[in-house]
Design a protein around this ligand. Structure first.
Ligand code: SAJ
Length: 455
């Protein structure tokens, strides 16, 4: 097939697409392309994912995903398939969406490498290969292309581009289509083909640049957020020292037209932010890049779970409650609000730390069964609440925002609420004669007591 023929097929929704890796990026991507009219083959090395898709079930939660799976399988636009060979042979475009995690702080590109090696053993001639996974700078040119050009040369035999995903879990469909897309390429034809493909899916701007800028853009966006959250977290600790309310500070500071303070929190979790800064600082050829601000920010964010744990234990001690006999309820094991994903969730470290201090931990999260070794409860009825000495809100799920805090009055003695997401109004809670704490807010009545214990 010539370049012009492939371009025409893409523009007319007649190209077939194979998506490799049906995780939280690959599956929504495959489904949207299928909905737009492309025939999409979905491949994953995990047979369980393929099995659940064949039963029209989603392997994870995402608004609207089940309906889209049923719809696109019924119209035969989406076909989960366990033969990569068959998927690739039937496709004009291959999109790779496999995970690129870190081990400790070092990028682990083994999933990507394995996927690329498998692809290189197939016939990629006259096809367009797109990588969506987050990758260290230089990876597309120095790692991806050398593997897949084993039997073919870029531009004349096949085409390839880098198009990093930018979606936030729980908002996958709206963000895939609504967020501008960056395309990185090393030859003009590949850039044009990829651009015309994403133009048929994205209702927003498409930027075409070289592969290094595209790789950097993805990692810099997430590092930018991580650094800004670290700044907010550090300011929240400063607020504690001054006895100021961080939430109030954010409101007044952000009234300035050029200031955008982020929210402090119990730490930074999820599959991207704790990892991407390290991808940014480890180039594809093994060079380590130095950055004080990025590394310090990671450290600050990593320290927050233990800070929250300390707020909880200090509050218990201020009420003369022994840690051994205390029961703490954690609301949310997901890494953030309205997602079921628990990867790198700060709740894990808080639960483990409090358990080490001999506290009993109950967890309530309507979106996930993950308990991180604590005891799961299934509702917030009086029986469960009565068992608790303290409550820690770790995820701002919509369901938690609807809670009337007066239900916590039935807690043992004076209720302690540690609200790391500021879903409640501090004054309302204090008016109910409860102790209200957060990073950046030590409460009016307990400030000095808690400070003393801390020092
Ligand atoms: N968090 C804070 N304070 C804030 C915002 C977030 O503490 O002001 C915490 C959250 O609670 C969570 C963590 O940060 O633990 C990460 O949450 P997030 O919403 O910032 O990011 P992700 O990981 O869900 O999604 C990010 C997004 N990147 C940016 O916003 C720059 C998303 O657009 C990316 O596509 C995604 O990473 C990704 O896949 O890389």
């Amino acid at each position: 097939m010539s370049y012009e023929q492939l371009l025409g097929k893409i523009q007319n929704f007649q190209a077939n697409i194979c998506v490799v890796g049906l995780g939280q990026v690959g599956l929504p991507t495959a489904l949207i392309f299928a909905k737009q009219g492309y025939k999409v083959y979905g491949y994953d090395i995990n047979e369980l994912i393929l099995k659940s898709l064949s039963n029209k079930q989603s392997p994870f939660e995402e608004e609207g995903i089940k309906e889209l799976i049923s719809q696109t399988i019924e119209t035969k636009k989406f076909e989960p398939n366990n033969s990569l060979k068959e998927c690739v042979e039937n496709s004009d475009i291959v999109i790779v969406c496999v995970a690129t995690p870190i081990i400790d702080i070092t990028p682990n590109l083994s999933f990507l490498k394995n996927a690329l090696i498998s692809l290189s053993e197939l016939n990629l001639k006259r096809k367009l290969v797109i990588i969506e996974s987050s990758i260290p700078p230089g990876t597309f040119k120095d790692f991806v292309l050398p593997i897949i050009t084993k039997n073919a040369s870029l531009g004349s035999d096949f085409w390839a581009a880098y198009a990093p995903e930018r979606l936030s879990p729980s908002l996958a469909f709206s963000e895939i289509q609504g967020t501008p897309r960056i395309i990185g390429n090393e030859d003009e034809q590949s850039g044009n083909l990829a651009k015309s493909l994403y133009q048929n899916m994205v209702n927003s701007q498409i930027f075409v640049t070289n592969s290094k800028v595209a790789e950097l853009s993805k990692l810099v966006e997430n590092s930018y957020r991580d650094v800004n959250i670290a700044f907010a977290n550090e300011i929240s600790l400063i607020c504690e020292k001054y006895g100021a309310d961080f939430a109030e500070l954010v409101t007044v500071c952000n009234s300035h037209p050029r200031v955008n303070l982020h929210m402090a929190g119990p730490g930074v979790g999820g599959p991207c932010l704790p990892k991407d800064p390290y991808l940014l600082l480890n180039s594809a050829n093994g060079d380590k890049i130095e950055s004080k601000i990025i590394i310090e920010s990671r450290k600050i964010n990593d320290l927050m779970p233990l800070h929250i744990s300390k707020l909880v234990t200090n509050a218990l001690k201020s009420q003369r409650k022994s840690l051994t006999n205390s029961t703490i309820m954690i609301l949310g094991t997901a890494y953030k609000g309205n997602v079921s994903d628990t990867r790198f969730s700060p709740s894990k470290e808080i639960i483990h730390d409090l358990q080490q201090k001999q506290c009993s931990i109950l967890v309530y999260d309507p979106l996930t069964d993950e308990t991180f070794g604590a005891e799961k409860i299934y509702n917030l009825d009086e029986e469960n609440i009565q068992k608790c000495d303290a409550l820690v809100i770790m995820a701002d799920h919509d369901e938690f925002r609807k809670i009337n805090p007066s239900i916590f009055k039935s807690m043992i003695k004076k209720p302690i609420i540690v609200d790391t997401k500021r879903i409640f109004n501090s004054t309302n809670i204090e008016n109910l004669d409860m102790i209200y704490l957060s990073e950046g807010y030590l409460g009016t009545s307990n400030l000095f007591k808690i400070r003393e214990i801390d020092s």
